[in-house]
Each structure stands twice: as structure tokens, then as C-alpha cells.
Write a protein that binds this ligand. Structure first.
Ligand code: BGC
Length: 382
């Protein structure tokens, strides 16, 4: 668990939240625009916010699930493409989605058998993934309407999303006040700050579930993307994708993206039990580094566009998911069929099933503590 500790972080956050309110920069290039994105079945209005910066990069996000609808970024020739899978309209997200672009909470990834014990009490969650609970349950943070406030400050343009998850919601204890902010900087960084406080001890593991294809959404699979992970170990899983508890060195396995940058597809068909269990890559990597400051967790390069994505995080883990469960049945933006491995996710997180693994870094947030976690997705070209 990463709590606010660094003076730097405090200063940045203070400026982020103190100056919230609608604004656009004097140049008119960096700013936030709010529009309607439709209504839910019960009539609740939902908005979409367009964040722009001086480089022409654009993030569109809705307060429904905090979903990032699109990420338009330049390639090496300056052409903009949308590198995030998703739908053209709200209807698509309401129908069915494998968490495209969404905020995930209260607990990202799996909790074995939908059960955990805390302070002598057993808690039961919905089993919405085989025998397990995944991504916060049936109505996780990806399916609720967040309150949104646009802001502009010296870091860039953004929105602050707030949501209070009630005591007992989806089976979790405690009223959890959650705040997530998205900032788009002029350095083509998408900064995500997650904060939470609770009135009862509860597991918390917040993440973001954007499906990236650096060549552009719908343009094919991601197997030729070159990946480097700053992780010399991973948490092997059983056939239900629950960590066994082991922290296994990646060296000598097809999960070694540490020794050298390697194409995602180079070894994805290798005869290795962990790849069979995941139907490809669907593993939590144990990040190397100090474990408190932001570390470079991952770097991905797409050779034809030259686009590069770097991921920095304060979290100890990273779920690398190679879009194995996409099967072409979802028709996304512009009618694009999203087939297997048409995208990858890099979800910064604590390790899956931590509430049932006392040896893993704790995910328990207690009253009086403040949860803070920061992840930066930085785009560039090479
Ligand atoms: C999980 C995958 C899952 C995907 C969509 C990822 O975080 O690791 O197993 O299919 O989310 O639910």
C-alpha cells in the first residue's frame, strides 16, 4: 500500500485539487470541454470530457465508470490515431464490455472464491469470474456514475472524479470515499492519481483498464509490439488465474521481458503451463525498484507508427494482459471487430488475491489512513 508521504506528491496534489474548476489555457490548446454523453436507462445524465494539450494529444473520458473512451496521440509523422479500444457511444458501454478504458475498484483483479477474512470476519463477494470475484464485483467502479469536476493547472488539463462506495456495497466493508484524477500534460503524459479513505478496514486495489493498440484501435493484433517490463519476477497462477503465492524469476521463461525488450508475440505460443493457464499473457509482474517512488514499470514500442508508451507507477505490481479473451464478437468503434490480441492492458496494481496472501504487500486500508497511488502513461515516438 502506498500512502502519501512524499512532500512532492503532496504539493502536486494540493495544486491539482485546489485549482479545480473549468478553465482553458491562454493559448486555447490545453483545456477541458464538457458535453453530454447520453443518459442511463433510469434517466441519469452522463457527460464526456475532452482533455487536450499543446501537442495535439486528446483524451476523452466519461464520468460513467471513469471510462477513457479514446486516446488520440501522434505517430512519428505527427498523424493522430486513437490507440484505445472502446465504443462510439454510451450504449456500447452499457450493453457489454470487458472493462474497456474503465476505472477498476474496489478491488482490481481476482479474489479467490469471492472470499476473504478481515479482523475476524469473513466476507463474501459475488463470483463473477468462474469461482472468483473479479474487478470489484457485479457493479464495480467501472459501472457507476462518478461526480466529475474539470480543472486546469500548471501540470495540464484534467478531471477529478469522486465516488463514495457504501458500506457493504458488493460485499466490501466500510464507506470508501474515492477520488481519481486524470491529468493530461503538455509532455503527452496521462497522469492518474487515486486516493481513498474509509471508515472500516477494507481491501482497496484501484487500477485503470485501458486496452491499448499503439498502431491504432482496430488495426490488427499487438503481437509485433516490443515490450520491456521492469520486473525480474512474476506471481505464477493456478488454472483459475489465482496466484499460488510463489514469486518466480522470469529468467529462462517466456515471461522474461526484463532481460531484453521482446515482441509480445515472440513466445506467446510457447509450451509453458503459465501461458496455457492465461491463454497467453495474463500475469501480475512484480516490479523491481524501490517500491515507494514512481518507477518505470513498462515500455512498449510499436515499430510501424514509432509510438512508444511508458508506464510509471508507485504500485508494486503490473498485470500484463495480452487481450486473450477478445474473440472478434465485440464490434467496437467504427464497427471494428476486436479479435484476439488486438490490444494489451498494463494494469498497475497490488498483486491479485492479496487479501488471501498475508505475505503479499497489504491492500488493507484502515480508518485514518489515506490511500494514494499514482500511475503515468507517457506517450512519445521514436
Ligand atoms: C484480467 C483478465 C481479464 C480482463 C478482463 C484483466 O485484468 O487479468 O483475465 O480477462 O481483465 O476482465
Amino acid at each position: 500500500m502506498k500512502y502519501v508521504g512524499l512532500a512532492f506528491t503532496v504539493v502536486v496534489l494540493a495544486s491539482l485539487f485546489a485549482r479545480s474548476g473549468f478553465a482553458s489555457s491562454p493559448t486555447g490548446k490545453s483545456g477541458v470541454k464538457k458535453e453530454s454523453f447520453g443518459t442511463l436507462a433510469d434517466g441519469t445524465p452522463v457527460d464526456i470530457y475532452t482533455l487536450t494539450n499543446a501537442q495535439g494529444m486528446e483524451i476523452r473520458a466519461t464520468n460513467y465508470g471513469g471510462i477513457v473512451i479514446s486516446l488520440r496521440v501522434p505517430d512519428q509523422k505527427g498523424n493522430l490515431d486513437d490507440i484505445a479500444l472502446g465504443f462510439d457511444d454510451l450504449k456500447g458501454y452499457l450493453a457489454s464490455t470487458p472493462y474497456f478504458g474503465a476505472i477498476i475498484g474496489r478491488y482490481g483483479n481476482r479474489i479467490a472464491n469471492g472470499k476473504f477474512a478481515l479482523e475476524g470476519k469473513e466476507y463474501t463477494l459475488a463470483r463473477n469470474n468462474g469461482p472468483n470475484s473479479i474487478h470489484g464485483g457485479l457493479t464495480g467502479f467501472d459501472k457507476v456514475v462518478w461526480h466529475a469536476e474539470p480543472f486546469q493547472n500548471h501540470d495540464g488539463a484534467g478531471i477529478t472524479l469522486t465516488y463514495t462506495s457504501k458500506d457493504g456495497e458488493e460485499g466490501f466493508p466500510g464507506n470508501l470515499k474515492t477520488r481519481v484524477s486524470y491529468t493530461l500534460t503538455d509532455k503527452n503524459e496521462w497522469i492518474i492519481d487515486y486516493e481513498a479513505v474509509t471508515d472500516k478496514a477494507t481491501p482497496v486495489n484501484l487500477t485503470q483498464h485501458t486496452y491499448f493498440n499503439l498502431a491504432g484501435e482496430g488495426k490488427g493484433d499487438v503481437l509485433s509490439h516490443i515490450l520491456k517490463l521492469n520486473a525480474s519476477r512474476f506471481t505464477p497462477v493456478d488454472q483459475n488465474l489465482i496466484p499460488t503465492g510463489e514469486l518466480r524469476p522470469v529468467k529462462g521463461t517466456p515471461l522474461d521481458f526484463f532481460t531484453e525488450p521482446t515482441a509480445i508475440g515472440a513466445r506467446i505460443q510457447a509450451d509453458y503451463e503459465q501461458l496455457r493457464f492465461g491463454r497467453g499473457y495474463d500475469h501480475n509482474f512484480v516490479l523491481d525498484g524501490k517500491g515507494s517512488d514512481q518507477v518505470l514499470a513498462a515500455r512498449v514500442k510499436e515499430p510501424t507508427s514509432g509510438r512508444v508508451l511508458e508506464v510509471y507507477t508507485t504500485e508494486p505490481g503490473l498485470q500484463f494482459y495480452s487481450g486473450n479473451f477478445l474473440d472478434g464478437t465485440i464490434k467496437g468503434k467504427h464497427g471494428h471487430a476486436y479479435k484476439q490480441r488486438y490490444a494489451f492492458c498494463l494494469e498497475t496494481q497490488h498483486y491479485p488475491d492479496s487479501p488471501n496472501h498475508p505475505d503479499f504487500p497489504t491492500t488493507i486500508l484502515r480508518p485514518g489512513q489515506k490511500y494514494h497511488s499514482r500511475t503515468i502513461y507517457k506517450l512519445s515516438t521514436e
